[in-house]
Design a protein around this ligand. Structure first.
Ligand code: NAP
Length: 280
């Protein structure tokens, strides 16, 4: 059944559980007021057993789309009518478009956000300059791996505490991947020109990521997906070793931009003002 014709300000939101602490409403709200656009972006708390029903109803209630977060990022793939190749490859979606014909389109913009953040902060970054090393093999790591391969990385090393998850990613993403044992994660950094922390270690309230970093070469681009705090212990040590560092906040901002543009009609700027809003 077609969605409502839009005769009011478009609505969008973020679907998750819990959702009260999501930063997305603040970011989209900032962009809406900054550009003087009509629209609203709200947190939408949804239990897993209600997800299918909520997705059916939202388009009929004036919603033009939604972001999706934990625990629904995988489940929405089975409920969407169309799924982009990258979302299918990653196995998760974070952005939904409710089309005017009533169909739900699912995409994953995490990998886009990851690369856009690096390119903004380190414009001369060369993905094919040498091996990339990814620490972690969770949901976010899958998006990072997909986007690094897509950007032209020739050898991608990956290590995870639970080795099986890294092996699974190699099985799905192919021959350019090399799995390192968790005990060998320090060796994985030798000769790498791009290094990524895709674990949740280093996040406020969690242990820091403790990895032997002696093999890291000065000039290596080191980035962290964790953005609270902005300067994780991992980034602090990398910077002390002469590496170029990129914090994770820009990824969060950039991954939000395509959805905002699609729902509200304007590509938002990812700039210092948007960063400041997220840090308040
Ligand atoms: P996830 O699927 O739960 O994966 C967590 C990862 O951290 C796994 O690789 C896990 O290893 C590892 N890990 C957790 N505790 C560990 C420990 N004590 N020792 C060693 N490894 C440990 O989470 P995710 O969705 O991939 O997210 C990962 C991080 O990225 C989170 O901090 C999230 O906030 C952040 N993130 C940031 C952005 C952004 O826009 N900047 C976007 C997405 C995610 P095992 O497999 O062994 O458990």
């Amino acid at each position: 059944m077609p969605a409502n014709p839009i005769i009011h300000a478009p609505l969008a939101g973020v679907i998750g559980m819990p959702i009260a602490y999501s930063q997305s409403p603040r970011l989209h709200g900032h962009w809406l007021s900054r550009y003087g656009l009509a629209g609203h972006y709200v947190p939408i708390p949804v239990m897993p057993e209600h997800l299918a029903e909520v997705l059916r109803v939202l388009p009929r209630a004036g919603f033009v789309g939604a972001n999706v977060t934990i625990p629904h990022k995988e489940a929405v793939l089975t409920l969407a009518d169309t799924v982009t190749d990258r979302a299918a490859l990653i196995g998760a979606a974070n952005t939904l478009i409710f089309r005017s014909d009533g169909k739900i389109h699912a995409d994953n913009t995490d990998g886009y956000g990851f690369i856009a953040n690096i390119r903004q902060k380190a414009p001369d970054w060369q993905p094919d300059a040498g091996p990339a090393a990814v620490i972690g093999a969770g949901g976010a790591a899958r998006a990072v791996v997909a986007s690094l391969l897509d950007s032209g990385v020739k050898e991608l090393r990956i290590s995870n505490r639970t080795r099986l998850r890294a092996e699974q990613i190699k099985a799905e993403f192919g021959a350019r991947l090399v799995v390192y044992d968790w005990a060998q994660v320090g060796n994985m950094l030798e000769g790498a020109t791009t290094v990524v922390n895709a674990t949740s270690l280093g996040m406020k309230g969690k242990q820091p990521l403790r990895v032997p970093m002696d093999a890291l070469s000065p000039g290596t681009l080191v980035t962290d997906l964790v953005y609270i705090p902005l300067m994780t212990p991992f980034l602090t040590e990398a910077e002390a070793r002469g590496c170029r560092i990129v914090d994770g906040l820009g990824m969060l901002l950039h991954q939000a931009a395509p959805g905002f543009e699609r729902w509200f009609g304007r590509r938002p700027d990812v700039d210092d003002e948007a960063r400041r809003i997220m840090l308040e």
